[in-house]
Structure formats: structure tokens, C-alpha cells
Design a binder for this molecule. Structure first.
Ligand SMILES: [Zn+2]
Ligand SMILES: [Zn+2]
Length: 288
């Protein structure tokens, strides 16, 4: 099938209406029975957006019956290994798929400690990259499909085939990180990624969201160093309350928080009166 026809098929699927979020990875970086951070947005059962792609997410992607040829956009919150490491597996699989359209990827700009998304992609698929045998993927004359990356420095808006995405830089210690607000068919889904949310940025981004997926990576007390990177449960609840979020989905469930769910839910419910859900791999939530 000619590439142009395949691309038109994508735009023709935009008038259907059931929007859902599916968790591919609900865990942190330590391993265990949960995959690391990854989520899908589905429209009428088709995976159209992929957010993060940590360890184990490629298997979950397949278990969720997602197809690379249906993806309109991939968003990386940051380049910590537990959020991005399975990208090459996805790209390799894509080579064998019917995908012809360019795959767009959004991610953070770099700093002294981390490459930006453009350099990160180049380090893997560029002419001197580790997977240089697939460097064709960065050329517009690619035999299969091509990749195009977009870096977010402070704040940027994107419109792709009915998806409106607001990407905003958030604090995650020394790591350049981005949170995303995705608007589709009047539904709003916000992905905090890993962040300490020490400014009001995440609260502003989450205003009236149908679902806020927040990373529950530390207990309420202790872990002083980790607090520079992550939000405490009470801080997450305060943000959800101030932003009038309808449903709060707690993910990135690190080992140090497992077993504390009951205690944290009680603490958070005291502050935030909306629905609180705990993420599990492959859990699917229809956005009302
Ligand atoms: Zn993480
Ligand atoms: Zn992180």
C-alpha cells in the first residue's frame, strides 16, 4: 500500500469516540512483576499515543494488542532508563510492520548531564549510533518508516491529527523532564512523569483533567534525597485537589511504596475528594 494512502487512513479514524488510557507499565526501575513506566492512549481500541517505554513495556504493548502502525505520537517524559529503554525494540518491530508514516517523538531538551531527545535518537540510530545498521530510519527516504524528534525546552504545544498536546518542563532534580497534557475529543489526560512538582506548573497543566496519571514513587516520610526528584503522596493529593482533577491514577509504584497503599490512600482521600485508582499493568480506564 502506498505510504500516502496509509497516512490518510490515520486521519480518517479521528471521528470515533471511545477514549481510554491503558497502563503498560505501573512499576519503577527495580524490576519485579510490573513493567517500568509506559502508557497508551487508545481511541476506539486503537493505540494512537504512547507515553514512555521503560523495561518490559514492549511485551505489554503487544499484550495490549497495540500496533506500531496505529501510533500517531510517542512522548518521552525524560530519559531515565526506566522510561525509554525499550525504544529500539519498538523500532525494530516497526521495521517488520506495515507502517509507512513518519513516527513523531516528543521529549526533553538536554543539559550537562543528559542528552536531549535529538542527540539520544542520534546516539542510537545515527550513522555513528549503536544501531547504525538501522540509520535509514532517520532519513526521509527510509524503506520502512522514519523517525522525527521534537525537543521541548520550556513549554510547547503540538497538534497532531486531532490530538492537542501541551508539553511543559517540570522539575526532576538534574534530569530534564516534561509533563504532558493531552486533549482529545474534549477529554483531558495528564501525565506527570517523574517530578518533584516543586513549582505550580503541574497544577496548572492538570486543570480540570479527566485523569491525572501521577507517579507515586516515595512514601510520605523519609527519603529526603528522593524528595528532590518525586512528589510525596500528600503533595500529589494537593495538586489533584487544586487542579480539580476528576480521577487520579497512581503509578510508577516503586518497591519502597508497595504495601503502603492503604495508608497513603487514607492520607490522600483526606485532601482530595475525587476518585483514586492504583495502576496495574494492562489496566484500562475508559475516559468518561
Ligand atoms: Zn522513573
Ligand atoms: Zn526519573
Amino acid at each position: 500500500m502506498p505510504k500516502i494512502f496509509i497516512c490518510l487512513l490515520f486521519s480518517c479514524t479521528l471521528f470515533a469516540s471511545e477514549i481510554s488510557v491503558q497502563v503498560l507499565g505501573s512499576g519503577g526501575p527495580e524490576g519485579g512483576e510490573r513493567a517500568s513506566s509506559s502508557y497508551l492512549i487508545k481511541k476506539d481500541g486503537k493505540a494512537i499515543a504512547l507515553i514512555d517505554f521503560g523495561g518490559g513495556a514492549f511485551l505489554r504493548f503487544n499484550q495490549a494488542k497495540a500496533k506500531i502502525e496505529d501510533l500517531q505520537i510517542l512522548m518521552f517524559t525524560h530519559l531515565h532508563i526506566d522510561h525509554v529503554v525499550e525504544l529500539p525494540a519498538l523500532i525494530k518491530a516497526g521495521y517488520f510492520s506495515p507502517r509507512g508514516c513518519m513516527l513523531k517523538i516528543i521529549g526533553p531538551t538536554g543539559n550537562h548531564y543528559f542528552p536531549g531527545l535529538n542527540e539520544y535518537i542520534e546516539l542510537q540510530f545515527g550513522k555513528k549510533g549503536a544501531y547504525r545498521y538501522m540509520s535509514d530510519i532517520l532519513s526521509s527516504h527510509s524503506e520502512s518508516f522514519s523517525l522525527k524528534s521534537y525537543e521541548v525546552k520550556k513549554e510547547k504545544d503540538f497538534n497532531f491529527l486531532g490530538l492537542h498536546i501541551k508539553a511543559v518542563q517540570v522539575n526532576h532534580g538534574i534530569v530534564p523532564a516534561v509533563a504532558y497534557r493531552v486533549e482529545i475529543d474534549d477529554k483531558v489526560i495528564v501525565f506527570s512523569g517523574d517530578t518533584s512538582a516543586r513549582s505550580e506548573t503541574l497544577t496548572r497543566l492538570s486543570q480540570n483533567a479527566d485523569i491525572l496519571i501521577a507517579h507515586h514513587a516515595i512514601p510520605e516520610h523519609g527519603y529526603e534525597e528522593a524528595r528532590k526528584l518525586h512528589m510525596t503522596p500528600s503533595h500529589i493529593a494537593e495538586i489533584a485537589k487544586k487542579a480539580k482533577v476528576k480521577t487520579l491514577l497512581l503509578s510508577h509504584r516503586m518497591h519502597r511504596t508497595l504495601g503502603l497503599e492503604k495508608e497513603h490512600q487514607a492520607l490522600m482521600s483526606h485532601i482530595y475528594k475525587g476518585t483514586i485508582l492504583w495502576a496495574e499493568d494492562l489496566m484500562k480506564i475508559k475516559v468518561p
